[in-house]
Design a protein around this ligand. Structure first.
Ligand SMILES: Cc1cc2nc3c(=O)[nH]c(=O)nc-3n(C[C@H](O)[C@H](O)[C@H](O)COP(=O)(O)OP(=O)(O)OC[C@H]3O[C@@H](n4cnc5c(N)ncnc54)[C@H](O)[C@@H]3O)c2cc1C
Length: 322
């Protein structure tokens, strides 16, 4: 079974779907490209909210948008449907995350086919985490894959797909050290991944060191874009939960700043936390631009406002009325 990116598996399409790397190379004047991450909506209300964010971002012209992938049958069906709608009913270029969790190789092939049927040829190939407890013990599906590198090969073997992978500025929590972490990131790139998107981080030095490590390990692979992921914090509680799930670290000085902003009341002062979060995301983005990052990828939690404010402060996109 192979699929052709001109057309999906049926053939007969006219123009090739651009890849993420094509989009990063497209001329945009002096402006850095940006992209955003959405997550699959859980119900109809969440889906309506997602579409409001989608339409707002459509006006701001992201290089691409990515849709995360979770375990669970009904969410999975909705994920495929909504990502397909992004490809077919908007001007956006969707990247579908795909994980090996709980899937046999045949099921993974079928998922890639379902995306190809909907015109989606950009895939972020991930291993995923054990359901329920991301830090728990990883168990491979008996007929599935062990590492993301194998998924990169599988997707590439299925046709003309453009594949990205995950990278970890602080090192993946399962990597015993940064040398091991760099080695296997480079293996994923050598297997045919065209770029990586990082885990969120809050110390730009961690991103710069990751970039240096990859270049030092393999200059050819080090030339591939490492797209930094930024989370504009709008709630301390949500940020702590995301950090717990991702294994990323909040530097002590930033945590102190956020805790102070949150105050001592029964509810955190969301407006004050948000102000710090937007300031920090903007400062990080400015430094990343100065350091030559290829793109800025924002975690949106399916809300447009915080990212839009950061983009406006950077002069990348002008805010529109809510
Ligand atoms: C940008 C981004 C998007 C994400 N999106 C999602 C999502 O949509 N859904 C979701 O469930 N999760 C998502 N994740 C989380 C991701 O699935 C987890 O972090 C997972 O634990 C690692 O995935 P990976 O693809 O990096 O795995 P891998 O590259 O397989 O690495 C996992 C660990 O194994 C090590 N390793 C790799 N190959 C070998 C080898 N041959 N021998 C020994 N060790 C090896 C690596 O160094 C690492 O420590 C995302 C992460 C990022 C950064």
């Amino acid at each position: 079974m192979t699929f052709d990116s001109d057309s999906g598996p049926d053939g007969g399409g006219e123009s090739r779907t651009p890849s993420v790397v094509d989009r990063l190379r497209a001329p945009r004047g002096a402006r850095i490209p940006f992209s955003v991450e959405f997550s699959p909506p859980r119900d109809a209300d969440a889906e309506a909210r997602l579409w409001r964010a989608v339409r707002e971002f459509e006006r701001l012209g992201p290089a691409f948008v990515s849709m995360t992938y979770g375990a669970g049958g009904s969410t999975r069906d909705r994920t495929v449907r909504v990502t397909g709608q992004l490809a077919q009913e908007t001007t956006l270029l969707p990247v579908a995350h795909l994980t090996a969790v709980g899937h046999s190789i045949d099921e993974l092939r079928a998922m890639v086919g379902a995306y190809a049927d909907r015109g989606i040829t950009n895939i972020l190939a991930l291993r995923g985490d054990p359901p329920g407890n991301p830090l728990g013990e990883w168990t491979r599906h008996p007929e599935g894959l062990e590492y993301a590198e194998e998924l990169v090969r599988l997707v590439r073997d299925l046709g003309d797909f453009h594949v990205g992978v995950a990278s970890f500025p602080e090192g993946h929590h399962r990597s015993p050290d940064l040398e091991h972490d760099t080695r296997y990131l480079v293996h994923k790139l050598r297997a045919g991944a065209e770029y990586s998107i990082t885990q969120m981080f809050f110390d730009v030095e961690d991103y710069l060191r990751l970039r240096d490590r990859v270049v030092a390990y393999d200059p050819e692979q080090g030339a591939k874009p490492i797209i930094p992921e930024i989370m504009p914090i709008t709630s301390l509680r949500t940020a702590r939960r995301s950090l717990e799930l991702s294994g990323s670290r909040l530097p002590a000085a930033l945590e102190e700043r956020l805790v102070r902003a949150a105050g001592n009341g029964p509810e955190e002062d969301r407006a004050a936390v948000r102000e710090v979060g937007i300031d920090v995301a903007t400062e990080m983005a400015e430094r990343l631009i100065a350091e030559g990052a290829p793109c800025l990828h924002f975690i949106t939690l399916n809300f447009a406002r915080a990212t839009r404010e950061v983009l406006a402060r950077l002069g990348i996109a002008v805010p529109t009325a809510v």
